[in-house]
Design a protein around this ligand. Structure first.
Ligand code: TNX
Length: 510
């Protein structure tokens, strides 16, 4: 600029970097229906108030918006529709929104989210977040304006079960890391976090009746790290943290295989009465609970009872995958005896799709993790009346490398670039499985190669949001060419949030 003393009155054209207003349809996952109102916008100001019929969701919205705007955004709980500001209402939504959907209406003076439940309002808030500039995600005051495009969104999920799984066994992740992942999946309207709480390398949940599971079985992980486990208080805190974000935690105790950490903790659980050494490698399929010992069933029942008591959600996941050291007959004997413990504890059985070998139990869910599109155990599960949760490994496994050059992850199910993760229809993926049998989609993240939050984020972003769209959006709203642009626009949000993401060359990052 000009030197001091030059007699020119500069007009400083160094304009504030005013972000373009986000189009109403540029949301991930894609809403079911969008009607923009051209020329109309709503702008948050220092005087905006939030009137909410759900105190929790009103407070959650205010907590999201206050840091970056610096506005007070007072939350009031009166009913009815105010004439200006933001209103979160538990009535008046279009019937089609169902129990988890919402209707968002944006006019110049009033922004309303209507839903039938707090969960629906919460999902509407996640949409509103994405309609504001990316800097809304900052935790320090940023320059506005905080403008939202006008119009209407009517939205609802395609599937009731929209999940992510985190393997906290191969590498242990503490409460703060799990909470951060909960926050991340909540943004994309997932409603389940499945925690893989036990495996050969570590047992991660305290069990009062069998305390050495945590203190001995929890003291290892892949490699030479210290491992760890959740106390019951910590686990309860995680369950509540998730519930506040309308996410249910599904706990998994993997059995009868993947049990070396339990077997090393208690010699009596072994058929030969000898505890094996702890295991910190990454092989699978070498361990099994002792199917013909009575103590095995005392153990399993007590573990499941304590886990059920910690679990407000409907499901207990009993694993059942890769039981390569258990004969097929023993596998059925074991599962047919164990599954009723879940029902007796008031919960519904979930298992990896091999559980189709065992008897059906009421409401059972078989989680398909194959790399093909047909499988004998899957077929048996469907024939017996199980619901199917889709986690095909070659599409949804977030621990698979993106390309040969990805520094983290495995390759056994193939390389999964973003378009591969995105480009399939859960409704018609498995021939012979009726669309009505599909409960939903879950994206598992196994942690043999992952040690840190940054590692988790690098594998989950951008594929977790891509898979969230399969679980939420109607197939008719999905299209790779428009999705990749919407996804790219999420990049600046992740940058502001400090999320370590993979900058896939398939995506035009905003
Ligand atoms: C297979 S998927 C496993 C896990 C591994 C994963 C690694 C499944 C039910 N079992 O034990 O961690 O592959 O990708």
């Amino acid at each position: 600029l000009g030197a001091a003393g030059v007699g020119v009155a500069w007009t400083v054209a160094a304009a504030p970097a005013v972000a373009a207003v986000v189009n109403l349809q540029d949301v991930v996952p894609a809403p079911a229906s969008v009607q923009p109102a051209s020329g109309v916008t709503f702008t948050l100001t220092a005087g905006t108030g939030i009137q909410s019929e759900s105190t929790d969701v009103g407070d959650a919205l205010a907590a999201l918006l206050r840091p970056a705007t610096g506005y007070p955004l007072p939350v009031t709980t009166g009913g009815g529709t105010p004439s200006s500001g933001i209103a979160l209402l538990l009535s008046g939504a279009d019937d089609s929104v169902g129990t988890e959907g919402y209707q968002l209406d944006v006019t110049a003076s009033l922004l309303t989210i209507r839903a039938q439940t707090p969960a629906g309002l919460y999902h509407g808030v996640q949409t509103l977040r994405q309609l504001l500039p990316p800097t809304i995600e900052a935790r320090t005051v940023q320059r506005g304006p905080w403008t939202v495009a006008g119009g209407r969104i009517i939205d609802r999920p395609r599937y009731a079960y929209r999940g992510a799984m985190l393997d906290v066994s191969r590498h242990f992740f503490g409460v703060d890391t799990v909470k951060r992942y909960i926050d991340e999946i909540a943004q994309y309207k997932l409603n389940v976090l499945h925690l893989h709480l036990s495996d050969d390398q570590g047992w991660r949940i305290a069990v009062d009746a069998w305390p050495r599971l945590a203190t001995v079985g929890g003291s290892t992980q892949v490699g030479d790290g210290a491992g760890g486990y959740y106390t019951k208080a910590q686990y309860t805190d995680l369950v509540a943290y998730a519930a506040a974000r309308h996410i249910t935690i599904v706990p998994e105790i993997d059995m009868p295989g993947h049990t070396n950490a339990a077997l090393t903790s208690y010699a009596e659980l072994n058929c030969d009465g000898v505890a094996p050494a702890p295991y910190t490698g990454t092989e699978v399929g070498f361990s099994s609970l002792c199917v013909h010992k009575e103590v095995t069933y005392t153990f399993v029942q007590q573990v499941l009872d304590e886990l059920a008591a910690l679990t407000p959600g409907a499901y207990l996941h009993v694993g059942g995958d890769e039981a390569h050291s258990t004969s097929d007959t023993d596998y059925r004997t074991f599962m047919n005896r164990v599954q009723p413990y879940v029902g007796a504890a008031g919960k519904t059985v979930m298992g990896w799709h091999q559980i189709g070998q065992a008897d059906h139990t009421a409401g059972r869910v078989a989680q398909f993790w194959g790399t093909g599109t047909s499988d004998a155990d899957l077929g048996a599960a469907v024939a017996k009346g199980d619901k199917i949760l889709l986690s095909p490994a070659n599409k949804t496994y977030l621990d698979m490398k993106y390309t040969d050059a990805t520094p983290l992850g495995l390759t056994w199910a193939g390389l999964i670039e973003v378009e591969t993760a995105y480009g399939w229809d859960p409704g018609s993926y498995l021939p012979g499985v009726p669309a009505a049998a599909i409960l939903g989609v879950e994206a598992p993240l196994w942690s043999e190669t992952l040690r840190t939050l940054a590692d988790i984020e690098f594998m989950a972003f951008p594929r977790m949001p891509a898979l969230a769209e399969l679980a939420w959006s109607p197939q008719s709203a999905r299209d790779w060419d428009t999705f990749k642009v919407r996804l790219g626009a999420q990049g600046p949000r992740w940058t502001v949030q400090g999320i370590n993401f993979y900058r896939s060359p398939q995506v035009p990052w905003g």
